[in-house]
Write a protein that binds this ligand. Sequence first.
Ligand code: SAH
Length: 343
Amino acid sequence: MQDIKELNLKELESKLLSLGSNKYYAKEVLSWIYQRGAYEFSSMSNLPATLRKALAGEFYILGLELAGLQESIDGTSKFLFELKDKNLVEAVSIPAARRITGCISSQVGCKFACNFCASGIKGFKRNLTKGEILDEVLYLKNNVKNAQLTHIVFMGTGEPLDNYENVLGAIRIINSPLAFNIGARRITISTSGIIPGIEKLQSEDLQVELSVSLHASDDLTRSRLMPVNKKYPLKDLIKCCHEYTAKTNRQVTFEYILIKGLNSDGLSVKKLVTLLKDLRLAKVNLIPANPVPELKIIPPSSGEINYFKESLFKAGINVTLRKERGQDIDAACGQLRLKHEKD
Ligand code: SAH
């Protein structure tokens, strides 16, 4: 059995032709899957019965099963999914005002072993396929409450630019008016700073948002927090971001987790200002660290957080402070999967 979500419109059209049907039905099939939430071909009532049967003989629609669900008092829900090979991935839905953001995983586990992040603790297993990434979005879309899924961020487990083709393939379907129809500006790729991936991304005809997980303002600290910095150090990374903004005219958001005793003092913020001051179209999003007991990570005091934020603001840097969501359900990246595997 094959995952039908691996096929784009063209591929689906030729499949239908090879099944002796009309390619006109391809758009209908996409609409049933991505817009009307059908999990079975048999429920696609305006398709010929023979076609429904033929498709059901070769393809499945949803490839995952729910293995756990945690709901926060703030409306955030964390979904744990079991894939066909029994691996586990997680996705989170985060409601805010009129939007619901789906936070999606791109890999099973993670290679990059950032030392504040629960995702890397168990190491890397494998890339998610395009269909599995779409499974997460599909499940969220069909199960969020009270509103529509409006935004997608690749900030779950894994490094999206280390699974480039499958992530981009999924994004094209997420963005397609025939499928999820979520605007590119509402889709964010978050990267630990994979320079070749950022370079590749800037030549795509897709207006997606880019977030770079910075988390430190000097190489020594960043390499301690994020081993990937040894391969792609700050100077090269910032240069790459300059090129990205120049070429695309789009903003880069720098994510910066504030961790007590590590990267949140006065010197760190000074260095951050120096690093970013010439960068047009940059924004810093500060995130008070979500405690991960296994990693002994805790956030600084609210006084330190405010000082850090004010210093950036005074230096003319566009800065926001991310509200912590879902703390009561271990919503930091990788935490649910970790807990489940320990149980
Ligand atoms: N590999 C990509 C995508 C994963 S993003 C990247 O590094 O950007 C994972 C998100 O979870 C990041 O925004 C990171 O900042 C956040 N995160 C991980 N561990 C965290 C923690 N302990 N506290 C707060 N945020 C955390």
